[in-house]
Design a protein around this ligand. Structure first.
Ligand SMILES: Nc1ncnc2c1ncn2[C@@H]1O[C@H](COP(=O)(O)OP(=O)(O)OP(=O)(O)O)[C@@H](O)[C@H]1O
Ligand SMILES: [Mg+2]
Length: 226
């Protein structure tokens, strides 16, 4: 078996990638698929990846054997910042082939590997490689998480523009309904993105991620496709 890898990026850090990844994994599992999540590079942690921890909470499962073996997050750096800076501060180097091999190992055992990136598409792994370069090289379909905050249209269109330029397949855009800021702007942003995708990316799904404040999530939580 060779599982399908979906790369989860976002228009920015803190936009809801971890949340979207965990809920999507839970949804795929509920549909009967085998699924695991992976965090490409975790910063701001010491021993365990807090994003993987949140994925498992959202999926309603304990840490897996692959988590304990370090396969689901091969690189963990202490300082909460971009991977290139975090690695440098810890005196380490990121070898992307280590991440690729870990993903390939997971693909042997799971139908889906949801791979969450750090920050957004133009985040540096080091001075020679950006997140988007890795996605293109690996030919992973992308899930882009966005939100209704002021500025999101600009960030979303720039991200999609970069994907088009790099020939990256955008599987879906997930519009996170959290946090609530300004209802008028949120509604307008959603409608704008809906029309933009219909026009420019007709094969890309638009999915809505509901707000949830309670953990663990309830079984009815899902990401509906429009
Ligand atoms: N739909 C949602 N409902 C409730 N809380 C949410 C939702 N989406 C995101 N959050 C909260 O917002 C914060 C940021 O979300 P999250 O950690 O998923 O962002 P991220 O894009 O993964 O960030 P990073 O770049 O650090 O990986 C978290 O505290 C998370 O619990
Ligand atoms: Mg995250």
């Amino acid at each position: 078996m060779k599982g399908k890898v979906l790369f989860i990026s976002g228009i920015d850090t803190n936009v809801g990638k971890t949340y979207a990844t965990g809920i999507l994994a839970r949804q795929l599992a509920a549909e009967g698929h085998t699924v695991i999540t992976q965090k490409m590079i975790q910063t701001g942690c010491t021993d365990i990846s807090e994003d993987i921890e949140m994925h498992r909470q959202l999926m309603g499962i304990p840490f897996t054997e692959e988590d304990k073996a370090g396969l689901t997050c091969p690189y963990i750096f202490t300082y909460p910042c971009s991977p290139h800076m975090a690695a440098e501060r810890d005196g380490r180097r990121i070898d992307l082939s280590v991440i690729t091999r870990a993903t390939q190992e997971l693909q042997k055992h799971y139908e889906y590997v949801l791979l969450e990136g750090a920050g957004g598409l133009m985040v540096p792994n080091d001075f020679h490689s950006l997140a988007i370069d890795y996605i293109r090289e690996q030919n992973y379909p992308l899930i882009l998480v966005t939100s209704g905050k002021l500025g999101s249209i600009n960030h979303t269109l720039l991200s999609l523009y970069a994907c088009r330029q790099q020939g990256i397949q955008v599987d879906s855009v997930i519009y996170n309904l959290y946090p609530h800021t300004d209802q008028l702007i949120e509604d307008n942003t959603l409608e704008y993105l809906r029309q933009y995708l219909r026009h420019e990316w007709p094969d890309t799904h638009l999915r809505l991620l509901p707000e949830k404040s309670s953990y663990p999530p309830h079984s009815e939580m899902a990401i509906p496709t429009e």
